[in-house]
Ligand binder design. Structure first.
Ligand SMILES: [Zn+2]
Length: 319
């Protein structure tokens, strides 16, 4: 990933989300990462999501798109995603296969190394994670925060040869993150960036949980407590310091749900699912256009040379 901006990695579970994201990326001419969590794959089945993301690639030849497995919980999950043509996988070796219990450093290195070897032989890139995030989403997370230790991050990157590393700097998964604006450990980004300048760093749990989106949900029959996410200004600060992949899921869910609630409340006679899902899709596109501008990704679609998995396989084989 080129410097100076952060590419959004947006979770997808269905066609409307894929299309909503791609409409924003197309309009903003922004590179984009479509990612499926294991929860999504369970809900939609891996093959369906894979084909939806494949359709996005075919339908948007001018937009660079990575198709990514989010929080792979073990070697087998990553292997399955690779067999279906994902271009990138995350092995979250910070947690055991139950996606709840934290692992030891050595366990994390062992499983990450195994996935990296298998993936690189097939031209697929790998994201690892060191430290654990707060919050739980799609059943992923220990609920405890364990910040990334920079010296250990350097050792981890060297030992495993991961392509990208998710840092735990105090962000949290899900909508109910914080009661007030969080203080993120920005110095961890600096420290890791100095030690490993060539490794793209990743920020999970980066939804901002905007008040206006929560307000729409609550105005039309929802019942979400007051809550805060990661302010856009903190994300921009993190990007400046070296974060280049930003995972966002919750905000898209909020936009989609709010628009559907609003549409249904205003059109009680309507029962055509295309109408309310269409409204949800459009709301996501609007939200994401703003994020692509804020993350600096807008206008950067032309930065990337298309590469095949075979090109990447050779690249990895050369070391
Ligand atoms: Zn995550």
């Amino acid at each position: 990933m080129e410097g100076g901006y952060g590419v959004g990695a947006y979770n997808v579970n269905n066609m409307e989300q894929v299309q909503g994201i791609m409409a924003a990326a197309g309009e903003m001419k922004a590179p984009v990462i479509l990612q499926a969590s294991r929860g999504a794959l369970k809900y939609g089945k891996m093959i369906y999501l894979r084909k939806l993301m494949e359709a996005a690639v075919e339908d948007n030849p001018d937009i660079p798109i990575a198709i990514h497995l989010d929080h792979g919980n073990g070697f087998e999950a990553c292997k399955l995603a690779i067999s279906l043509g994902f271009t990138s996988v995350m092995i979250d070796g910070s947690l055991k296969e139950d996606s709840k219990t934290p692992t030891t450093y050595d366990e994390n290195v062992a499983v990450t190394k195994k996935v990296v070897k298998y993936a690189h032989e097939r031209g697929v890139s790998v994201e690892g994670e060191l430290g654990t995030l707060g919050g739980i989403e799609d059943g992923v997370g220990s609920g405890k925060v364990l910040l990334t230790e920079p010296d250990q991050a350097q050792q981890f990157i060297e030992e495993t040869r991961v392509d990208a590393l998710a840092l735990a700097i105090g962000t949290s998964h899900g909508a109910y993150k914080f009661k007030r604006a969080p203080t993120l450990a920005m110095d961890i980004i600096d420290e890791v960036k100095t030690r490993c300048p060539d490794t793209p760093l990743v920020m999970h749990g980066s939804s901002s949980v905007p008040d206006e989106l929560v307000a729409i949900i609550n105005r039309y029959g929802g019942d979400m407590p007051n809550t805060m996410g990661v302010p856009i200004s903190s994300i921009q600060e993190a990007i400046k310091r070296g974060i280049c992949k930003i995972n966002v899921d919750t905000d898209n869910r909020l936009a989609l749900t709010g628009a559907i609630r609003k549409f249904m409340a205003e059109h009680p006679e309507e029962f055509d699912s295309r109408k309310y899902l269409g409204a949800g899709r459009a709301a996501m596109t609007e939200l994401l256009k703003g994020k692509m501008r804020a993350f600096g990704t807008a206008g950067h679609a032309g930065d990337y040379e298309p590469k095949t998995l075979e090109d990447m396989r050779k690249h990895y084989a050369e070391g």
